[in-house]
Ligand binder design. Sequence first.
Ligand code: 5GP
Ligand code: MG
Length: 189
Amino acid sequence: MQSDIAQILIDRTTIAQRVEQIAKQITTDLVGPEGHENFREELTLVPILTGSIIFVADLIRHLPLRLRIRLISVTSYPGTATTSKGATIEQSLTNLPTDLSGAHVLVLDDILDSGQTLRLVCDTLQKRNPASLRTCVLLRKDRPEAQAFPVDYACFDIPDAFVVGYGLDYDGYYRNLPEIVTLRPELIR
Ligand code: 5GP
Ligand code: MG
C-alpha cells in the first residue's frame, strides 16, 4: 500500500491539529459565550458515508457536546471512477429521521469537489425542517465549483487532484492510510 503513494499532501500530525482546531471553532459557534456545560440544544451530526468516517471519528472526540449521529449515504464515484458520476442517496444505508425540527444539523463530508453531494444532502435535510443547517468538509479542492460552494467549515484546501487516505478511497481501498495522499498515476484506471 505504501509503495502505491505518489505524494503525501497532508501528514497525520497536521490533520490531527487542524481537526481539533475546527472542532473548537464548531463548539464555540454553537454554544456561544455560555460555555458547553450549559448546551441543551439538540445537535445532530450527519456524516456522509463512507468517506467521512475517519474524520468524524476524530472530530467528535473534540466536541464536548451532547450530540447524536444520523447517517446518510451518497454514491457519486462508483468503483474505479475518479470523476463524479452524479450524486444519488443510497436509502439502505441512510437512517435520517424524516423530521429534524428543533435540531441543529451539521453535515460532514470528506471532500468538496463539484458540490453535487453536499447540494443534494443539504436540499434533502432542509426539507426536514432543522433549526439550523451547517456544513463541514475535511478537504476542499482548488476548482471553481468547490471554491464557490458555501461551506461553513473547510479544514484544508488542496490542489485539484484525486486523493485517498484518512477515509477517502479508490475502488474501496486506501481508506485506512493515515495521511492524505495521491496515488501513482499508473494505478488509476
Ligand atoms: P462532489 O459531489 O462534491 O463532486 O464530490 C464529493 C464526493 O465525491 C466526496 O464525498 C467523495 O466521496 C468523492 N470525491 C470527490 N473527490 C474525491 C477525491 O479526490 N478522492 C476520493 N477518494 N473521493 C473523492
Ligand atoms: Mg463521499
